[in-house]
Ligand binder design. Structure first.
Ligand code: GLP
Length: 251
């Protein structure tokens, strides 16, 4: 049985944000409870990175136990500019191999931002709208407070667009490029802050001390483009699932 500890948030966190502190090995299951509510055919916004891996693993276990996931429609948060979808380091490849395939979701139900122009971003926004919007959006958080690839400086009105990546973000992601910073793409296409906030429900997953400062600023600091995750305080339905290390600055 999973033991969850409800964390008493510090002011001025929004009263509608739930912060659930659980041991790192329970994050996936607790977050999966929220996602499972939109099965069998909801629209799921998916994040990449290491934070949501346990959540996807939990969904895959639940599928084996009978949860119908094949009809879910997926929209990814972001993608590197310049990496083909066939490149194993692309987020398209991650979404295919880590999420869609093991959950039995057909390729036509999977969208990942692609391209490098304003028109490509606008087309992605239209694709989300055509599916009726996102029911549950999963997000991780970068060490600098980014959500998707909305780096510090991204404001509340931003929509899907091409962004330049911070060097700190490129360094953090260099491990996927043989540790070679020069191989990490300099730009990405990402859903904007406004796009993310349009989801009906948001689940933020975070673990580890490296996220503690960004998470504290996001949840209890001022709402500011300096920490794009802080805009989540304006959303009416956010569940934060994080381990004690990520929440250590709250205690
Ligand atoms: C990446 C992704 C984000 C992700 C974040 C944290 O750069 N663009 O969507 O949430 O950084 O990644 P991780 O969970 O691996 O720490």
């Amino acid at each position: 049985m999973t033991e969850t500890t409800l964390h008493a948030p510090l002011a001025p966190i929004s009263p509608w944000t739930r912060v659930v502190m659980v041991d790192a090995d329970a994050i996936g299951d607790v977050a999966a409870d929220v996602v499972a509510m939109i099965a069998p055919d909801g629209v799921l916004g998916v994040a990449t990175g290491s934070s949501p891996l346990a959540l996807y693993a939990a969904l895959i276990r639940r599928r084996a136990e009978g949860l119908a996931t094949e009809g879910l429609r997926l929209f990814a948060l972001d993608e590197y500019v310049g990496l083909d979808a066939s490149d194993p380091r692309s987020y398209a490849a991650y979404v295919r191999s880590v999420i869609a395939r093991p959950l039995g979701i057909p390729a036509e139900n999977v969208r990942v931002p692609r391209g490098s122009t304003g028109a490509d971003g606008a087309a992605y926004e239209r694709a989300i709208a055509a599916e009726g919007g996102v029911d549950v959006q999963i997000v991780g958080i970068g060490r600098n407070g980014h959500i998707g690839f909305n780096e510090p400086g991204s404001d509340a009105e931003t929509r899907t667009r091409v962004v330049e990546l911070d060097e700190s973000t490129r360094r953090a992601n260099a491990e996927h490029f043989d540790g070679d910073l020069s191989r990490v793409p300099t730009h990405a296409m990402t859903q904007g802050v406004a796009t993310i906030l349009s989801a009906r429900r948001i689940v933020l997953v975070a673990s580890g001390a490296a996220k503690a400062a960004a998470l504290r600023a996001a949840l209890t600091g001022p709402i500011t483009p300096d920490n794009p995750a802080s805009f989540l305080q304006r959303h009416p339905d956010v569940t934060v699932v994080a381990d004690p290390d990520a929440l250590r600055e709250h205690r």
